[in-house]
Design a protein around this ligand. Structure first.
Ligand code: GUN
Ligand code: FE
Length: 465
């Protein structure tokens, strides 16, 4: 489960504690397991386990388990206009589509309907954890929290802050935005399910400080938000260096700052719990500051291509040791699934790599090595967990982590993954490892929700086909 190493256990055995949803243990070869399951369990748990309390399931040859997908950047209200306006550049798209649609979320019925469908869609497509932007409206932010708790999807939810450069029907004063932010944090804490403590992985939905982006906030507002994040020990999410004219606009709005990242740095918003979406066009000094602060990068390849923003060089971020995860960025990105984000990340990486080779601007061999399957899956799972500060709880199927997982079946009705019994050389494939490598690679490029038959968070089944 490392960056370039994907552990595949063709005969693995995984045990989950039903009560806590924790992975009790993983055995890499069930065929060479100790005499009995109970002996193995005794080893893991440290005391005998009553046989009658063990429920075991054997997977079919076409099924496998994998960690759930983590979406490090998406906008829940923007499911309402998905697919629209991709011929517009970012700032025009925000004005024409985003702000009017988001302003409709002052209507709670509208919010409830659309948030329910956003949750259904992402869960069905295997997103077990997501970092959501909601809107500026306190009540509908709380509605989103409530829906996600009921559905069982792990999430961060951000009440968006916007005090300038926004239409008069979708803007707040500084006092309003700060008040609502603190109330939101308090309400999410107050309504936490009974018996669940704040740091427990069973507390699945948490607040995240969400200044929309520098243009929407004054320096005073950004500083106050950084202070709230610090006081309440919360993560932070925002947009950075997405689009050229956005960057120019930031320079004109914040003439006292030497760069876009510098605006956030000056405000105190760059921390090791900050998630920065896009980061397409960065200067060297910005990268240096971002690395020093140990921020996380949310790579949103569909959005970057669809809104003509540019291409983020994930290979270089990884080579520099940044935490990197994937974001769908609905609806800058038109696809809400992390499977699409993996493919778009691959495509973006191939295009950049071809360009580096053609123009001889590759730094070294590693810089021009295309992202492989292990790296793409890493970005979609463990990388995302690191960006969100959840790597001790989720992101991989390892002992001690929560069972946030997907059961994949490659032979469901209308499965888009090619059946393999048509080719004699594949049919006769003897090596289980190469067989699973091939299957996982084809699933990555061709699979979809028809293959995601079960979705678990904290060991609890939250979706099944
Ligand atoms: N920058 C500020 N707001 C947004 C948004 O909603 N989507 C995207 N893609 N970029 C933004
Ligand atoms: Fe975004």
């Amino acid at each position: 489960s490392g960056l370039s190493r994907l552990s595949i256990l063709p005969n693995g055995l995984l045990c989950v504690d039903n009560e806590t949803g924790k992975i009790v243990g993983v055995h890499n070869d069930s065929k060479s397991a100790p005499e009995s399951l109970s002996a193995l369990l005794k080893q893991w748990v440290g005391k005998p386990v009553d046989e009658s309390e063990i429920k075991s399931v054997r997977l079919k040859d076409t099924q496998f388990l994998m960690p759930g997908f983590i979406d490090t950047h998406t906008h829940a209200p923007q499911f309402s206009f998905i697919g629209l306006g991709h011929d517009l550049p970012l700032m025009d798209w925000l004005e024409k589509y985003t702000f009017p649609h988001e302003s409709d979320f002052k209507d709670l019925d509208n919010a409830r309907n659309l948030y329910e469908s956003a949750a259904s869609f992402t869960i069905r497509n295997g997103t077990t954890c997501a970092a959501y932007y909601a809107t500026i409206h306190l009540e509908s932010c709380l509605t989103l929290v409530d829906i996600l708790r009921k559905r069982g999807q792990r999430a961060f939810v951000g009440k968006v802050n916007m005090v300038q450069n926004a239409p008069d029907f979708y803007i707040e004063t500084l006092d309003e935005t700060m008040d609502a932010t603190v109330k939101f944090i308090e309400e999410v804490a107050r309504t936490r399910p009974e018996g669940v403590t704040q740091d427990s992985p069973l507390d699945i939905v948490k607040p995240i400080i969400t200044p929309r982006f520098a243009p929407s906030c004054t320096m005073e507002c950004l500083k106050k938000l950084a202070k709230v994040a610090k006081e309440h020990n919360l993560p932070i999410q925002t947009h950075l260096n997405e689009n050229r004219s956005e960057i120019e606009f930031v320079a004109s709005q914040f003439p006292g700052s030497d760069s876009y990242a510098g605006v956030y740095g000056e405000a105190g918003l760059l921390t090791d719990r900050t998630v920065l979406a896009h980061c397409v066009h960065n200067t060297e000094p910005e990268l240096k500051m971002m690395k020093e602060k140990n921020v996380g990068i949310s790579h949103c390849p569909n959005s970057n291509l669809s809104l003509t923003s540019g291409m983020c060089d994930v290979r270089r971020f990884l080579l520099s040791g940044f935490k990197v995860g994937l974001g769908t960025d609905v609806s800058g990105g038109y696809s809400p699934t992390i499977m699409d984000a993996m493919r778009m990340a691959a495509t973006t990486n191939r295009a950049l790599t071809a360009e580096k080779i053609a123009s001889k601007t590759g730094l070294n061999e590693e810089d021009t090595t295309p992202l492989g399957v292990p790296e793409l899956i890493y970005l979609a799972t463990l990388g995302g967990a690191q960006v969100l500060g959840l790597e001790s709880q989720v992101g991989s199927l390892e002992q001690g982590k929560q069972f946030d997982a997907l059961l994949i079946d490659l032979e469901t009705e209308n499965s888009p993954v090619p059946a393999e019994n048509v080719t004699p050389s594949v049919k006769n494939e003897k090596n289980a490892l190469t067989k699973w490598q091939r299957r996982i690679e084809q699933f990555l490029y061709l699979g979809d929700d028809r293959n995601i038959t079960n979705v678990f968070v904290n060991g609890r089944l939250i979706h099944s086909l």
